[in-house]
Every structure is written in structure tokens, then in C-alpha cells.
Design a binder for this molecule. Sequence first.
Ligand code: PLP
Length: 287
Amino acid sequence: MHTAYVNGTYLPEAEAKVSIFDRGFLMADGVYEVTSVLDGKLVDFDGHIARLERSLAALDIVKPVTKDELLQIHRELVARNGIDEGLVYLQITRGGAPGDRDFAFPDPGTTPPTLVLFTQSKPGLADNPAAQTGIRIISIDDIRWGRRDIKTVQLLYPSMGKMMAKSAGADDAWMVEDGYVTEGTSNNAYIVQGNQIITRPPSSEILSGITRTAVLRFAEEAQMEVAERKFTLEEAKAADEAFVTSATTFVMPVVQIDDVALGAGTPGPVAQRLRKIYIEESLKTAI
Ligand code: PLP
């Protein structure tokens, strides 16, 4: 059985437990990160920890261990669990005191945060067959709260979105607010018009993806044209191609939005090129 980490201890996954009074459980009062593993190494670890620090600061949760300790724990789990391709999941909650369910935050001096990590092995992450065919998405209303820039564990609506996609025979959903696409249920959204890659700029309305930042940098380095602006669902349906990015899917082509096939209905050249560059560059810089 695989090993998990809970508050300073490595233990078998089935024995990894937190209190029923943990505010992560009671109130979704916690944040998380997912870092992918390629070739047994962590992709963009610095980026994920920088965003973790921003999420914690936004919610006044105390960071329980240093960045160096987090790196050491990530590496230890990857080694113990023999992860070659996969991910490390990290969650920090505000913790909780026995018998307490106050809405007011507890005193961090007496109630320390909870730190939990585990791994998932995903052989074929880089060679994902879905990247050959592309994915189909549906559009749904974005009814999430207004601080989507904080990576909280409040993931009920994104989960419902994936289920809506599944029952419609699609792979995922893009969320739409005031006619504009915000993002995918667990990824950032892009369209391609001619030679231009268009994606929504970071704000409190979306999660600023770590993969997004890297992909836009690689696109610019490759002299590809990038416009950070909002785009409508109608523009997306009329686009030449579309794709999503996230830590575990890298760059994934989108070939259909609602009932509309994009371009030839197959993965577009821009998405395919960016996927290749992203995986190559990530392999070079993974630690
Ligand atoms: N947007 C949302 C809502 C997400 O949940 C995620 C990842 O989980 C992303 C975007 C992509 O972020 P990253 O590239 O850091 O994985």
C-alpha cells in the first residue's frame, strides 16, 4: 500500500486520518496544490509553492512548514511510492479543535493547521491518448464564489460540472459568466483565432494556472502570438481551435464545444505544438 503524509508522519494510506473537527472537513476551510511528476521529478515545484503561499495568505492560514521541508516531503513520497509519472496532492487546512464548530477562525497559536500529502501514479501522463483525439466540452453557467484565484478545496460545483459533462456524453465543461468563458472545471481555457492564442487574464474570476503561466511563456518564446483577454462562448465556437491547460493534463486539445466541432474536429496544430514544447521543457526543468 502507498504511503501518505499527515502532520509530520508517513503512514499507510488506509491509516492516514484527520479529525472530524478539522475545518477542511466542516467548512472547506483549506487550500491545495497538485504538482505533476514526470520522470520521477516534480514539475514547476516553485510555481506551485508560490501559489500555495498566496492562497494561504489570502485566507490567513499559517504555513506549517518551510518550502524546503515541503520539497523534502514531496520527494520522499515520490520515492517511497515509486512514482515515475503521476502527481503529488498537497492540502493544508486551518485545522480544528475538539468540539469546536465556530464560524470564527480559531487561534492559530493553539489550533495548528493540518498538512496532508499523498501521491497518485498515472503512467502515460505524457503519452495521454486523449491528446490524440482531443476532448469534447459543454458550457455551463459559472455560479462559483468570487475568489476563484484562491485554490480552495471548495470543489463541489466543479465536481457537478464534470458530472453534467459526463451525462451529456462530453469530457469536461467550460464555465461561462456574462457571456464570457471563465475557465474549465479544473483547467484554464484558450481559443486560437488564426495565429493568435487567446486566454482570459488572471483576476479573482479564475485560478491563475501554474501551467498557464509556463505555457504562455513558452508560446512567446516560440514567437507565437498571445492575447490575454476575455472571450465569449460564441467566439469559442467559431474559433479555429481550442485547448485547456492544467498540471496533470498539460496542454489538452478541445475539439468540440456543445454541439459545435472546431476546425476539422481534430486537435489543432497550435495546441499540439504547445503540448510538445510544454512536456519537453518541463522534463528539462523538473526537480
Ligand atoms: N482552473 C481551475 C479552476 C483549476 O482547478 C485548475 C487546476 O486544478 C486550473 C485552472 C489549472 O491550474 P494548474 O495549471 O496550476 O494546474
